[in-house]
Design a protein around this ligand. Structure first.
Ligand code: NAD
Ligand code: UD1
Length: 340
């Protein structure tokens, strides 16, 4: 079936906004639904500046069935990309009820409306966190789904299950579970990027805030891991590559594949110290750091097997971590207080 009009929930967020740009550039007609709980409506104007197109935007909470139904009544969607959700790991430990209710309810309401309006394609933002502690790397899509160390991760596992069961019962539904590795970077214009609330939990936003003097120094969580330099190894993927992965996935869904699962990563592991050095090389800014005790819940090494995405979607990551460091820093410098 031809896919043109795409509902993008969470489309003003970090990954959603870049994906909306790629969709517009690829000739799709994205419609954004976001409750702005973790993003700003100013993002819409920035998408217009970049693409020349102002995407249709509804400030609606996906858990609000009545308001969300009105959007479905008005627009005629052929597919949904479901980014909306709460994503701060530490916060999810403190606020499990908020995380379970927001992430699960929004998905259940969405699926109910998709069924009601016969919308047969959905791409879901899952995470490498569903693999739990890897028994081996690279992680392959057929590796067992483990248990997460926090409620945020558990919502990803549960939603994968919900979507799998729904697809089993509703054979016309096409579902893509995309397991993102570590998204970083920003739009090269400096107009869009990652803008976390409070003290960043993730490495790249923390480094960026050190680089502009907002934080004193980076604390590296552990240097005793069984990795070449002792610091944790992850698969950092530029958000532009990730966004393109969604366009490739929509093309796949148009072939009626049923349920498909893909890792979206680069296949390359980078240690914390390598990332610090790459950032310094890309930006010329020195990043002071101290070595601290390992962080609870962290794994030593985690990176993706990328063959399946390449073979079935014809997609692979094009950017490297130097590009991503440059683009993340550019956004941070141009938006010292985030998107205003
Ligand atoms: P983000 O917070 O920037 O974007 C999520 C958007 O969803 C925000 O704009 C927020 O306002 C919106 N939202 C939240 N709850 C909503 C609701 N009930 N109704 C409507 N809108 C709602 O996060 P992101 O980094 O762009 O992540 C997008 C998706 O990818 C999330 O589901 C996240 O869990 C997943 N993911 C992110 C990462 C990462 O490192 N960034 C890694 C793996 C998976
Ligand atoms: C974390 C989450 C994961 C989530 C992902 C994307 C944990 C345990 N895991 O993954 O569930 O899907 O973010 O949101 O929180 N590091 C430092 N100093 C810092 C920050 C990070 O040394 O200030 C190190 C970490 O120990 C790790 C690497 O940098 O080795 C990457 O950390 P991070 O960006 O938080 O991502 P993940 O731990 O992979």
């Amino acid at each position: 079936m031809e896919i043109k009009r795409v509902l993008v929930t969470g489309g003003t967020g970090f990954i959603g906004s870049e994906t909306v740009i790629k969709l517009i550039e690829a000739g799709y007609d994205p419609v954004i639904v976001d409750n702005l709980s973790n993003s700003k409506d100013a993002v819409i104007g920035r998408i217009k500046t970049i693409t020349g197109v102002r995407p249709t935007f509804y400030k609606v909470d996906c858990c609000d069935e009545e308001a969300f139904r009105k959007v479905f009544e008005k627009e005629k969607f052929q597919a949904v990309i479901h980014f909306a959700g709460l994503k701060a790991v530490g916060e999810s430990v403190v606020k499990p009820i908020e995380y379970y209710s927001n992430n699960l309810e929004s998905t259940l309401v969405l699926l109910k409306l998709m069924k009601e309006f016969d919308v047969r394609n959905i791409v879901f933002s899952s995470s490498a966190t569903v693999y739990g502690v890897p028994k081996r790397v690279p992680l392959v899509e057929t590796d067992p789904v483990g248990s997460a160390t926090n409620p945020y991760g558990e919502t990803k596992i549960m939603i994968e299950r919900i979507l799998t069961d729904t697809q089993f019962a509703w054979k016309d539904l096409n579902v893509a579970l995309l397991r993102y590795f570590n998204p970083i970077g920003g739009h090269p214009s400096g107009l869009l990027g990652e803008d976390p609330n409070g003290i960043p939990n993730n490495l790249m936003p923390y480094i960026c805030q050190v680089a502009v003097g907002k934080r004193d120094h980076l604390r590296i969580w552990g240097d005793n891991y069984p990795t070449p330099d002792g610091t944790g190894v992850r698969d950092y993927i530029h958000v532009l590559d990730l966004a393109e992965g969604h366009v490739a996935t929509l093309k796949k869904l148009a072939t009626d594949p049923g349920l498909v699962i893909y890792n979206l990563g680069t296949g390359k592991g980078t240690s914390v110290l390598e990332m610090v050095h790459a950032f310094e090389k890309a930006t010329g800014v020195k990043i002071p750091y101290t070595i601290e005790a390992a962080r609870a819940g962290d794994v030593a090494t985690n990176y993706a097997a990328t063959d399946k995405a390449f073979n079935e979607l014809g997609w692979k990551a094009k950017y490297n971590i130097i590009d991503a460091c440059r683009d993340a820093y550019n956004f941070q410098k141009k938006n010292p207080n985030g998107i205003e």
